[in-house]
Design a protein around this ligand. Structure first.
Ligand code: SF4
Ligand code: ZN
Length: 333
């Protein structure tokens, strides 16, 4: 089959949802246009932005970084080493290798050195790994952004991620989450940085094809903590629908984002700085549980922006500290 755009080269990527098939060069153009159009439509980024790109070693975040650099944005990568045996090392290797290939050195936060490797911390406080991970990552996104004077944090969530989250929120009528789900979470005075998802218009398959054809080497294994994630069930269901009715995903999500949709307020109307991580989409975050609105203040313990006396990260650290000292006390008896 010939490329539908140039009509000369052989097509390498078939995109039923766009009734198109492209050769690699035309696909690169198409993909980048989808991303820049997504940025322009929702005004996710401005030319002078300093963008902190959160890179996990997976395809989405590395592709995001690649596209943003090619589009001329000023970017740095942030890798958070979660302290997950084997997986974190392999992910870090990919991030460092990719960054080096573009002449970059990413910022690396090692949670083991911070005293909160995710698996051990979650066991300590008897919480799900993804809940702990979400709180910790949000904290470091804000902290690193503030320290490095970044104006915006970008994550690699794609159309599949966003529609899976939307389906989950709808099935459970999570009205609070629905009101705030958006590729743009505005920043707030008090140190909460703007967060954006520039890949919201491109699917997982398209992102994987872009990474593969560009020769970006990424970790293909899923985070081992994600095995029970309900979001995977929603993704699977949506994939089956998409296979039968190509284009359904983007129609579903764009319809949801329509400003006239009564289920959600615009990001301007309902600024909320934090959100649950992908695998944690259905749980009520402590931010929501506290029903916080208004302007954040400084955490009494660490100075990070929060709506309560101490931030969720400091409260988590305190719980871990208590659990560890009880364990030590039991062990010495
Ligand atoms: Fe963190 Fe995602 Fe792994 Fe859960 S699945 S522990 S949120 S990286
Ligand atoms: Zn704090």
């Amino acid at each position: 089959m010939k490329c539908k755009r140039c009509r000369r080269a052989e097509a390498a990527v078939d995109l039923p949802s766009h009734h198109a098939a492209f050769c690699p060069d035309c696909f690169f153009l198409f993909f980048r246009r989808q991303v820049t159009e997504g940025i322009r439509k929702l005004r996710l980024l401005a030319p002078g932005d300093r963008v902190l790109v959160c890179v996990s070693g997976g395809k989405d975040s590395l592709v995001l970084w690649d596209v943003l650099m090619d589009e001329g944005y000023e970017t740095e990568g942030l890798f958070i080493d979660l302290g997950i045996d084997g997986y974190s090392d392999r992910s870090k290797e990919k991030v460092l290798a990719y960054a080096a290939s573009r002449g970059k050195t990413p910022i690396v936060v090692e949670l083991a050195k911070e005293g909160i490797p995710i698996p051990e911390a979650a066991r300590c406080v008897r919480m799900q790994e993804c809940s702990v991970c979400g709180t910790v990552k949000r904290y470091f996104f804000n902290r690193v952004a503030a320290e490095g004077k970044f104006t915006v944090v970008a994550t690699g969530h794609n159309l599949d991620d966003e529609t899976a989250r939307l389906l989950g929120n709808l099935l459970h009528w999570q009205r609070g989450h629905l009101a705030r789900q958006h590729p743009l979470l505005p920043g707030e005075e008090g140190g909460l940085v703007r967060k954006v998802k520039p890949l919201w218009r491109v699917s997982e398959v398209e992102t994987a094809a872009y990474g593969f054809l560009k020769g970006i080497d990424y970790v293909t294994e899923e985070c081992p903590m994600s095995e029970d994630a309900t979001s995977l069930v929603y993704k699977e269901a949506l994939s089956r629908i998409e296979d039968r009715m190509p284009g359904t995903r983007i129609v579903f999500y764009q319809g949801f984002l329509d400003p006239s949709n009564p289920l959600r307020k615009g990001p301007e109307a309902a600024p909320i700085p934090e959100e649950a991580p992908m695998a944690d989409a259905l749980r009520v975050t402590d931010v929501e549980a506290e029903g916080d609105t208004g302007t954040p203040r400084a955490c009494a313990a660490c100075g990070a922006p929060t709506y309560t006396e101490t931030c969720s990260f400091c409260r988590l650290k305190e719980r871990i500290r208590k659990a560890r000292s009880m364990r030590t006390a039991r062990g010495s008896r």
